[in-house]
Ligand binder design. Structure first.
Ligand SMILES: [Fe+2]
Ligand SMILES: [Fe+2]
Length: 409
């Protein structure tokens, strides 16, 4: 079935340009065009749409205001904004309601790739409730201790990028949000930033400070809730997997970029569990309580999808680079991919299984080594080497690579 898309711009010429540029997509996309926020809301109330792409600068209701309304009234719709000549303040304001910020004039190829990736991952989720839960999310809550640590660091007169990078590289929620911002097309990165240090250098400490202290892009788990009690174990596991995935990629002679990407993918690999714990704590706790070791099958039975699929969908909607989304989507079953060479996915899959073996928390008991995958890659022999790396360094998580000097944007 074709996806239904709604394009909003007050300039008819711009809409015509988009219509012409995307003419080749008309078999896959059922595209509709309206000239303002009021007409867009009317169209969304009348028919179901999969995505909305709105201009930022429009009279009466700007793109950020429109998408905020769409988020409230139709949370399941994927929301993109075109930044154009907007001021930096307006762009920062649109970060909250928009999933992705694109540059204007709209590059049709980029839009096709970004929306295509989000739609592909969304099709993996059969549950409408979960699609809505994920698209509604503005941020992934952070651990209260790390949240406080970051606030203290940012309130200093001259916050250090290295210190901020160290804090963010320990938190699943903050890491994902920073990557979402760094991969926004308005920064001109083309959606390829997988390294947290690079992401922070691009955004700059001043913008991070504005985003955190004024726009409130991060949130924290309620420290008193039952869920918060089980979170540190999930965070420890994510940190262990990120450090080990980084070392495994290094031991296979991968380039620096892939080593850093493995660190990030390891940190984010179970982000779907964080979403489920934050958004449906009662249901997800019941799933974990019934049979923690068989959590994945129960997830599919009760939710219609796994935490890996939920995490991959969130990351694709937020525009994170494909290798990260791919590694998260298949971290339990890499043989379902067509891969024949070592990749970020290999590093994360192996690190997850190896780190889980010594983890006592029921939250993390979900991994088995995919032997047919390793055999296909010709890497069956490497398992013992990777286990050795973990045994050697257990308890001393790897630090992310040091930050470059901040451009102070
Ligand atoms: Fe997992
Ligand atoms: Fe895991």
């Amino acid at each position: 079935m074709p996806k239904r898309l709604l394009f909003v711009d007050d300039e008819a010429m711009v809409l015509n340009g988009i219509r012409r540029a995307l003419h080749g997509m008309r078999q896959e996309w059922d595209m509709h065009f309206v000239d303002g926020g009021a007409a867009a809301l009317e169209a969304l109330d009348k028919d179901a749409y999969d995505a909305i792409v709105s201009d930022m600068r429009m009279p009466l209701m700007d793109g950020a205001q429109l998408l905020e309304q769409v988020k409230q009234r139709h949370p399941e719709v994927i929301r993109m904004v075109l930044s154009g000549q907007s001021s930096r303040a307006a762009i920062l304001r649109s970060i909250a309601p928009a999933h992705q910020i694109l540059s204007k004039p709209c590059d049709p190829q980029e839009l096709v790739i970004r929306l295509g990736q989000a739609f592909a991952m969304r099709d993996l989720l059969s549950s409408q409730t979960l699609k809505t839960v994920v698209s509604r999310l503005r941020s992934i809550p952070s651990l209260p201790t790390l949240y406080d640590e970051l606030m203290t660091a940012l309130r200093r007169d001259d916050p250090s990028l290295n210190q901020i990078a160290r804090i963010i590289s320990k938190d699943v929620g903050m890491a994902a949000k920073i990557l979402q911002l760094a991969n926004s097309a308005f920064l001109g990165t083309g959606g390829r930033v997988s390294s947290l240090v690079q992401a922070l250098s691009l955004i700059g400490t001043e913008t991070v400070r504005t985003l955190v202290l004024s726009v409130h892009v991060f949130s924290q788990f309620d420290g008193k809730s039952q869920v918060a009690v089980s979170l540190p174990a999930l965070w420890d596991h994510s940190i262990a997997v990120s450090g080990l995935a980084q070392r495994i990629a290094g031991s296979e002679g991968c380039a620096k970029a892939m080593v850093e990407e493995s660190f990030t993918a390891g940190l984010l690999h179970d982000i779907g569990k964080v979403v489920l714990l934050a958004e449906m704590p009662r249901e997800y706790h019941q799933i974990l309580a019934v049979n923690p070791c068989d959590g994945k099958n129960l997830e599919r039975e009760r939710l219609g999808c796994t935490h890996a699929e939920v995490g991959a969908y969130l990351m694709s909607v937020w525009g994170l680079p494909f290798p990260l989304v791919h590694a998260v989507a298949y971290h339990h079953n890499p043989s379902e991919t067509a891969e024949t060479h070592f990749s970020t996915l290999t590093a994360v899959h192996a690190a997850d299984v190896i780190a889980t073996a010594t983890d006592a928390s029921p939250l993390n008991h979900d991994a088995e080594l995919d032997l047919s995958y390793l055999e296909r890659l010709g890497l069956s022999e490497r398992e013992s080497v990777w286990r050795g790396i973990y045994a050697e360094r257990a308890g001393s998580p790897a630090a992310p690579p040091a930050a470059a000097p901040s451009p102070k944007a």
